[in-house]
Structure formats: C-alpha cells, structure tokens
Design a protein around this ligand. Structure first.
Ligand code: ADP
Length: 484
C-alpha cells in the first residue's frame, strides 16, 4: 500500500505485485488515469479504444522489477488526451513478504517525445537514405529510405559496421579512412561529398552521392551522419537520353538514306549495267565457233570487278544505316571524307552540283567513330545541297570540302557552299533542336551533329563564307592529344 505521503506527489505513482497487477495508486494517478487498482500492468493505462490505436509501449517485461532503464509508454488519460510517460520503477525493499513488488512513478515526457517523434518523422519521410554512425563506424540509426534502398531490415543494420553498405574500394578502406580522420582531422569526405558505389543486401551495386556531416555531442563524443542520394534513376535517365540520341542519329541516317535513294539507285545501276554488258558480250563470244578465250577472261575479270564494286557500295550503305553505338578508333579524316564522296556525289550530281575537295596532306589520325563523323559531314553536305537548290544555284554550283590542321592538336573539316548563307538573326538558333526553315525539315540535323562532335571533344560551328554562302565547320582532336 502506498503511504499517504504519495498523494502529495505531483506525478502518478503506483505499486504493482510480482504478477504485474497494480495494487495501489496515488491521488495524481486516479486523477489522470482512473482507478487502475486490480488491473494488470501495463494494459490498465495503455491507449484504450477511446484514444485511437492501442499500443505504444515496448514489449512488457515479465515483471516490472526487470526493467532497468525507464520504460517509454503512450497512454490515454481520462481527459481523452494522449500522453507519453517514462515509467521509472524499482523493487520495494520493504515488502519482504511480497517479493517482486515494485514501486513505479510516471514522468510526463510528452513534449520531448513529440519532438523526438517529429525528428523521426522527418528522418523517415526523407527521400534520401540517412545513416547515423558512431566513432567506430557502427550503425546507430537508419531511416526508412535506407531500408528501402538497401533492402535490409532495421535489425539487420543497427549495430553493424557501416561498410556493409559500401562497395569496393570503400568497403575495405572505410575503417582506415575513419581512424585517419579521427587522428588527423583531415577531412576527405565530411562536408565535401562525393559520388561512390554502394551495395545493397542482394549485392546490387547502387551509384550514390554521399555527403557526411559530423555531430559533436556533449562530453566530446562524435557521431557521423551520412546522407545518401540514390543516383540509379538519374543514371538511367542519362543512359536513356544517350540511347535516344543514338536512335535519333540512326533515324537521321535512315532518313538521309531515304532521301538519297535516287542517288543510291544511280550509284548501283552503274556497276549493274556494266555487269550486264560484260555478261552479254561473254555470251556472244561463247556462241562463236572459236571463242576468244583470252578476251573472254578479261571480260569476266572486269565483270567480277564490277560485282565487287556494287557489293562495296551496298556494304557502305549497310554500315552507314546500322544502329551501332559509338566506337572510337584512330581514323584518317581525309580517307573517311573521300569514302563519303561515293554516297554524296550522286546526290550532288542529281542537283547538278559539284563537290570539290581540298584536303591537307599529312594530317595526323583522329580518334573518332568513323560512321558518326561521316554522318556529320554528310549532314552538312546535304544542308549545303538544300541551301543551294533553294535559290536555284544563283551564286554558283560548288560545294567545297576542306580539311586543315589547326594549332593546338586538332583538325578542322569545313563545308563551304554557295547558298544564301544564314541571316544574322537566325544564327543563334541554328543548332537548337527543331529549328528549321524547310517545309519538310526536322531541324534535328545540326543539333545531333553538334552533340556528336562535342562527344568527340570537338566543336561544330558556323561562319560566313568569303563569297555568298555558308561555312559549317567542325574540329576534332588529334588521337592521343590531351584535350581535357
Ligand atoms: P533541317 O535540315 O531538318 O532543317 P538542320 O538542323 O540540319 O535541320 O538545319 C536547321 C536549319 O539551319 C535549316 O532549316 C536551315 O535554315 C539552316 N541551315 C542549315 N545549313 C544551312 C546552310 N548550309 N545554308 C543555309 N542555311 C542552313
């Protein structure tokens, strides 16, 4: 039984027996929580239906006497309010006749609990993973984003060294990093942040950005909070964009090829006509009494050469239209451009235009994707053809393709036409996607070309021609040149 003095206490107090049944309560208890006596601990004052969800107390210990640290409980008081209490309890020394009897008091910690709950809520609603570790690198707290991202449960993580979340080389080196920092104060990541690879429970590697802040607690101990941003989605978007660009470039090549069907037909018709001619004359020779075998052999050789020529044209077209990811290899730019002539010349001829090459001797090899560079050059040539046809070739019929070495280890390719040129007020839009002045234009050509050249470490631009017309030029770095 509680001494009467207990009724003067400003907080609830109680006595419970070894079975956890409440035997006595003080006046403050009755006022706040109701009668209570005879009820088993702790259900008597845990949340009842009138206050909403039940629960809120940690798993009840066998007997209250086992409780060392205060027990945090969420209770429904008589007014209908929900309050948080820390239950401090201790065995009642007096009751030798009733072992296990416990005296307990309830300290109202509602404000503190609310603040903690708020902090926890913030922690748990954070999109980024937040991991709190101690000075030894042991995980103390994680938020829900951490569990989602890494696929662990909270119990699997708490108490573990934080390096279980890390990929190599950080996994092996983290302990060393941490002790070096504690010893020297030389921060490599705290307050800086960097992109790393983390590892999920099932071994999946996750690209992340990690930033770490340090918390100095009273008494000099330190904690570290890691903020982990999952970059997987961002990376996937980047890859998707690259892939889309690749596909667009492919479509670009296909439509370029589509527009060029007439010239390709022309291109292939030439060897086919020759083949048919040699075949017919061969048949005629064989029909004679004494076939001239030596002449026949020559005709067959020529026929074969024409077959190979037709084959190589088709192969070039196939190479050009295949959707392939970029592969950078050392290329001779002049050879690349000359190979292109076969594709572009038919088209130019069709519009009664002439292609002229002025290729510098002795250019060093460039590191590039040959097909992509050909695509860029072809795009510029096709634009030149469009521009000149548009004004009925009023300024001339010449498209000049030039190469030259520039100072600073790069090479310039320029396509100069005799079209109308680009009016000054249009120049800033030239390379913007979807900018076109053509009836059927997509406006993607120059924008894709610029991206391709930029990815090669070069620049694509426009300048006025010496006469009327436009110069579209691009530069590419020489293979092995340092263009960081
Ligand atoms: P598209 O050819 O589908 O219009 P581009 O991006 O290749 O797309 O070109 C965008 C615009 O730039 C063209 O519509 C045209 O107005 C202009 N342009 C491109 N090349 C030339 C050129 N050689 N001379 C004049 N204008 C040009």
């Amino acid at each position: 039984v509680l001494p009467e003095l207990a009724d003067l206490l400003p907080f609830p107090a109680f006595v419970a027996d070894a079975g956890g049944v409440i035997r006595a309560v003080n006046a403050r208890w009755r006022e706040l929580l109701g009668p209570g006596v005879g009820d088993p601990w702790p259900e008597s004052f845990l949340l009842s239906a009138s206050c909403g969800t039940a629960g809120g107390a940690p798993a009840a210990p066998e007997t209250l006497a086992d409780v060392q640290a205060p027990l945090r409980i969420r209770a429904c008081i008589r007014s209908g309010d929900v309050r948080w209490f820390d239950v401090h309890s201790q065995p009642l020394a007096r009751s030798a006749d009733a072992p296990g009897t416990v005296l307990g008091i309830l300290v109202d910690v509602t404000d503190q609990a609310r603040r903690e709950a708020e902090v926890l809520a913030i922690l748990h609603t954070a999109v980024d993973s937040i991991v709190l570790i101690d000075e030894a690198g042991v995980i103390e707290t994680v938020n829900e984003a951490t569990l989602r991202t890494f696929g662990y449960t909270e119990t699997e993580l708490i108490g573990q060294p934080v390096d279980i979340l890390m990929g190599e080389p950080e996994h092996t080196r983290h302990a060393g990093y941490l002790s070096r920092y504690l010893a020297t104060g030389d921060a490599r990541i705290i307050g800086i942040g960097r992109d790393l690879e983390a590892v999920s429970r099932d071994g999946r590697r996750i690209p992340i950005h990690l930033s770490v802040s340090e918390v100095r607690l009273e008494g000099g101990t330190r904690r570290f909070t890691g903020f982990i941003r999952d970059l997987s989605e961002q990376r996937a978007t980047l890859e998707m964009l690259a892939e889309q660009r690749e596909r667009l470039a492919h479509v670009g090549r296909l439509s370029t090829m589509g527009e060029m069907t007439a010239s390709i037909a022309h291109e292939i018709n030439q060897p086919l006509t020759a083949i048919s001619m040699y075949a017919q004359s061969g048949i005629r020779m064989l029909a004679r009494d004494n076939p001239p075998l030596a002449t026949l052999a020559t005709a067959l050789e020529k026929l074969n050469a024409q077959c190979l020529r037709a084959g190589s044209i088709i192969e070039r077209i196939q190479r050009f239209t295949r959707a392939e990811s970029a592969s950078h290899e050392p290329v001779q730019i002049n050879a690349l451009l000359k190979e292109l002539v076969n594709l572009a010349e038919g088209d130019a001829r069709l519009h009664s235009l002439e292609l002229e090459f002025e290729l510098a001797d002795g250019l060093p090899p460039l590191l590039a994707d040959p097909i992509q560079i050909q695509q860029v050059a072809l795009n510029l040539i096709r634009n030149a053809i469009d521009a000149m046809s548009e004004i009925g070739c009023a300024h001339g019929r010449m498209i000049r393709i030039t190469t030259r070495a520039l100072a600073g280890n790069s090479v310039e390719v320029a396509v100069t036409d005799q079209g109308p040129g680009v009016p000054e007020d249009q120049r800033e839009f030239l390379f913007a996607p979807f900018h076109t002045t053509k009836k059927d234009g997509m406006g993607m050509g120059l924008s894709i070309c610029r991206t391709i050249i930029a990815e090669h470490g070069g620049v694509l631009g426009y300048r006025e021609a010496a006469g009327p017309g436009a110069v579209f030029w691009f530069t590419l770095p020489v293979a092995g040149a340092d263009h960081e």
